[in-house]
Design a binder for this molecule. Structure first.
Ligand code: HEC
Ligand code: HEC
Length: 228
């Protein structure tokens, strides 16, 4: 057992190594874990999620999603869905399969706090008005009712922030909610499945491009000091 003071010291070290600010939120995230395990747990992720613009090639070339600044509850829900096989993406399924509930809680808290000290792009005074075509798609899917008026404040923390996420990733994710009976591609989700199925691929691409253009809090935060 570590003494409280040793524990505090090692947490301060992680917060520094991770480039986290010393805000209460960052401290809470660091609190979720201790030095050795934090390094180990996030070291598994930064090779992909910590490299700006990193490309994945399956099922088509797209950028790895930004997860820094995402809601912890959503990150935990997503990792649990990969672990259960409800999300079939083979790489993430393999990674999540090796994670305990505690690992999932720790990395989710870490990534929610990560990047809070880096300014988000300023929201324009007047939000970008969608074209009439895009507006019709948004209305049909009622996207804002769940993801929030700005797509950055979902009505429930287990729902994702999507504003400013990579367009090519959003498109792949939306198509995955439509895909059934494929062993390697698909996301079985009772909420987003019916939404995605309302649209053609062309429409999903238009929605993805629009959502990606909105200012949001999601980021890729390189963590070179944690590598090694
Ligand atoms: C080999 C590259 C790679 C590694 C390593 C990796 N990921 Fe991923 N991750 C991806 C890709 C690609 C996706 C998109 C999968 C999909 O389409 O469902 C993804 C998706 C995710 C998502 C879902 C994001 C969303 O918006 O729904 C979360 C959460 C996530 N990863 C967390 C992690 C964590 C935590 C680790 C470390 C324990 C990790 N990943 C390691 C490549 C990686
Ligand atoms: C009834 C609530 C609801 C509505 C309406 C809704 N969503 Fe979602 N959305 C969710 C939930 C919940 C998830 C998380 C599902 C999961 O865990 O895989 C999600 C996930 C997503 C994702 C995956 C994000 C990621 O990081 O992988 C995208 C993209 C998305 N929604 C876009 C949309 C768009 C575009 C619309 C409108 C056409 C829409 N959603 C309408 C609730 C909703």
């Amino acid at each position: 057992m570590k003494t409280p003071s040793m524990r505090f010291t090692s947490l301060a070290v992680i917060a520094l190594a991770a480039g986290l600010s010393t805000t209460a939120q960052a401290q809470n995230a660091a609190d979720a874990t201790d030095s050795a395990t934090a390094r180990q747990k996030v070291a598994m992720c930064i090779g992909c999620h910590g490299i700006t613009g990193y490309q994945a090639s399956f099922p088509e070339v797209h950028k790895v999603p930004k997860i820094s600044g995402q809601n912890a509850k959503y990150i935990a829900a997503a990792l649990t869905a990969y672990r259960k096989g409800e999300r079939k993406h083979p790489t993430m399924k393999g990674i999540a399969a090796s994670m305990s509930d505690q690992d999932i809680a720790d990395v989710a808290a870490f990534y929610e706090a990560s990047g809070k000290d880096i300014p988000s792009p300023a929201a324009p005074a007047a939000p970008a008005t969608p074209t009439a075509d895009i507006q019709a798609l948004l209305t049909k899917g009622n996207c804002m009712a769940c993801h929030g008026a700005d797509m950055n404040k979902p009505i429930d923390a287990s729902y994702p922030k999507i504003a400013g996420q990579h367009a090519d990733y959003l498109y792949v994710a939306l198509k995955a909610y439509q895909t059934e009976r494929n062993p390697q591609i698909g996301r079985a989700n009772a909420i987003m499945g019916p939404q995605a199925k309302l649209f053609t691929h062309t429409e999903l691409k238009q929605l993805a491009t629009y959502v990606a253009s909105l200012p949001g809090e999601l980021k890729t935060v390189p963590q070179p000091k944690l590598r090694r």
